[in-house]
Design a protein around this ligand. Sequence first.
Ligand code: KQY
Length: 363
Amino acid sequence: MKKLDTTPKQDGFRMPGEFEKHAGCYMIWPERPDNWRLGAKPAQAVFAEVANTIGKYEPMTMIVSKAQYSNAREVLNDYVRVVEMANDDSWVRDCGATFVINDKGETRGVDWTFNAWGGLVDGLYFPWDSDDKIAMKMCELERVDRYRVDDFVLEGGSIHVDGEGTVMVTEECLLSEGRNPQLSKEEIGQKLCEYLNCEKVLWIPRGIYNDETNGHVDNMCNFVKPGEVILAWTDDENDPQYERSMEAYEYLSNETDAKGRKLVIHKMYTPAPILITKEESEGVDSVDGTLPREEGDRLAASYVNFYTGNGFIALPVFNDPNDEKAIKLLEELFPDRKIEPIYAREILLGGGNIHCITQQLPL
Ligand code: KQY
């Protein structure tokens, strides 16, 4: 398949909102024991549940290493396509292709440079070269041409679009030292607009407290539809998340989107702080160069990290009283989609959640 030298904007391709129709979804099977406790066995059970759930609604492809192919094939339902591919970890939202479409029903992929969330400055593991090839391989599998962006580091979890010209990011992440320190905020905004085909960037100041991705927007805020967003929220003034959510609320309240609309903001209450237990910490292999998992560390838990698919929402839940509130809110905002809650502590322990481990292929 071709590597293109133009941009999606020049060619009339745009990234659609996640709430638009999908042709499928991708995931990567977890296995590295320095990120996933107990040799990734508990995480694999939850990844299988997520894949089998999403696969009921849209074609699901699971990317798996050679070593794990037979195991994954055994555990996953028959309707999940299992494809062998080298990888460094399981965050396809971040290392996978961002697919763009045009009005003729054609699809292409954007293949951003991936450096494990900050490279040698504050990246989360080394090396990441297999992950950086995943987007290209997804484009090959889908038989779509590809925009490789060699001079720009970006993860899919650090952007959300409304499909109508607005992209939402956090300054904390996009302006971090480990990604594109050679570019100004304005230049970063121009790159986003060129490759996603947008006109307006919403710069939320910060993401979820203690998020090891430098505050990915997909844990903090998401679009319900153009003009309407869901924001992670707490009323507890003693929680360090409080001022982050407040400043995001104030920023978004005073902004308009690409079409000049004021935004409707829905507050989604976070669960009570979730900390790594001694047992969980001890189950993770300690490896130089990989972020350690220490007992007592607070995890970046948020219900906003949900996946919006064809006729459903896959929602992380945590056995917290606010689980019910999150389910109710989504039932109200997405009356035509079934809410599929999945107990997701094991994904959270690895540093992300359901949105971070999935990547949609738009129709
Ligand atoms: O998108 C994400 N939240 C990925 C987190 C990566 C964690 C690696 N240990």
